[in-house]
Design a binder for this molecule. Structure first.
Ligand code: ADP
Length: 427
């Protein structure tokens, strides 16, 4: 248009004079401005409609027609993808709402961003009212705050909800994105009920078996001391029965110990533990158990003490030491070492015994798991020793590291967290 007006104005200048040409040129430009202003206003009016795609497209001629058509196409596409996104979000919201688990989304500062109705029910929260609330303000159990701070969420945490006394929840964090977390909560009240029944049953049966076994073993003891049985076969049978009764007594005692440790009501009694003293006692016990068949060494690199239960730790260490002796052939070496590494107390029992194949190591702490059943029985094992060790260590937030090679020996290291160490100057 501008080019056409310029050509015509040029011709008018040549044919008539410059004034007529300029007059024509200004009029043409003014008309052009009015034309564009008109369409700009139409565009503005159209864009002010709440949903422009639903209203009729303004009529436009020339370039404006194309602009309107392209704009309408763009807006239609955008509205379609917005609808698809809303549908996908709605589907996701419905799916998470229908999940049997509670799902809570936490931001990088552990504040609630969103949660599904199951989580609302579990924690007694309101997804709208409690948005941006710190999760630890709403789930107030101290062990929950501790679990959140550990940053090790491989195992779930079991808590009893204070609001509903009977509700037992299994909680697990799933980190994702940029320091955000999902908190998955499961109601395990009925599962825990079954587990409590099982624990109570084992504890009751073991308790009931204790008295008759004590009577029987007392009877066998007297019979052998008093020489009631004279025949060789009778003596052999008596020795065998005494042996088996002793085994049953050890089994019953180990089962009772496990029940006590598993009982969450049975809180650990925290006191200062003189590890050095316990290790001296264990060393002497090991000497008497070995009866001179092994070379036993005790190395004390530190005198650091621990916070915890002395009886429980004594029992855990004793199990590891007795295993080392029982699974090491005569002439072998057993080293006990207490040290402190970066503030963490470490107890290591190293032997030159039969060793363990790698495939068995992850399962060693399961109840009654034995690499070689006959060998374990032969050495007087109950198959519960390492299960007891594992429970005691988890009650002290300690972990067990097992390194072993068949035929060469094993090393069992117990690592205590720094917070359990008491250096001498702290006392
Ligand atoms: P057990 O009473 O049978 O010794 P534990 O729970 O103490 O039961 O140990 C489980 C199994 O782990 C044992 O049966 C044995 O096969 C293996 N084990 C434990 N300690 C050692 C060790 N120091 N050397 C070799 N094997 C071991």
């Amino acid at each position: 248009m501008v080019v056409l007006a310029t050509v015509i104005a040029g011709s008018l200048w040549l044919v008539f004079d410059i004034v007529i040409a300029l007059l024509f040129y200004s009029t043409a430009l003014l008309l052009l401005v009015i034309y564009h202003l008109y369409y700009l206003m139409s565009l503005d009016r159209w864009l002010q409609i709440p949903d422009p795609t639903s209203a009729a497209l303004p009529d436009g001629s020339g370039a404006w027609g194309n602009v309107f058509a392209r704009l309408a196409r763009l807006m239609r596409n955008q509205s379609q993808s917005q609808q698809q996104l809303s549908l996908a979000l709605e589907r996701l919201r419905r799916a998470t709402s229908a999940m049997p688990e509670g799902v809570t989304i936490l931001d990088e500062s552990d504040r609630i961003e969103w949660c599904n109705p199951v989580a609302e029910n579990h924690f007694g929260i309101d997804s709208k009212r409690d948005v941006a609330q710190q999760i630890t303000f709403l789930v107030r159990q101290p062990q929950f705050a501790e679990y959140l701070l550990t940053h090790d969420y491989s195992e779930p945490l079991v808590v009893k909800q204070k609001r509903h006394q009977e509700l037992i929840l299994s909680l697990q964090f799933v980190p994702y994105g940029d320091k955000q977390k999902l908190l998955i909560s499961r109601d395990i009240t009925s599962l825990e009920g079954v587990e409590t029944m099982r624990r109570d049953f084992v504890a009751n049966v073991s308790h009931e078996l204790r008295t008759p076994l004590t009577v029987i073993s007392g009877f066998f003891e007297t019979a052998s001391e008093e020489g009631w049985i004279s025949s060789e076969m009778g003596k052999r049978a008596l020795a065998l029965m005494t042996d088996q009764t002793g085994r049953m007594q050890r089994l019953v005692e180990d089962l009772l110990t496990l029940s006590r440790l598993e009982n969450t009501q049975n809180q650990i009694r925290e006191e200062s533990i003189n590890v050095t003293e316990i290790l001296y006692e264990l060393y002497h016990e090991a000497e008497s158990l070995s009866a001179g068949r092994h070379h036993i060494n005790l190395t004390l690199d530190t005198d650091v003490k621990l916070w915890g239960s002395p009886d429980e730790l004594r029992s855990a260490f004793s199990n590891l030491v007795s295993n080392a002796i029982r699974y090491t052939s005569d002439g072998g070496k057993v080293d006990l070492r207490w040290s402190c590494q970066n503030g963490k107390g470490v107890f290591v029992v190293q032997d030159t015994g039969i060793g363990i194949d790698q495939e068995h190591i992850p399962r060693l702490a399961e109840r009654f798991y034995r690499v070689d059943l006959s060998r374990s029985r032969g050495t007087g094992g109950t198959g519960l020793g390492l299960a007891i060790v594992k429970h005691i260590l988890s009650r002290h937030q300690a972990h067990l590291e097992i390194i072993s090679e068949p035929g060469k020996g094993s090393s069992f290291s117990v690592w205590f967290p720094e917070k359990r160490s008491i250096a001498q100057e702290d006392e």
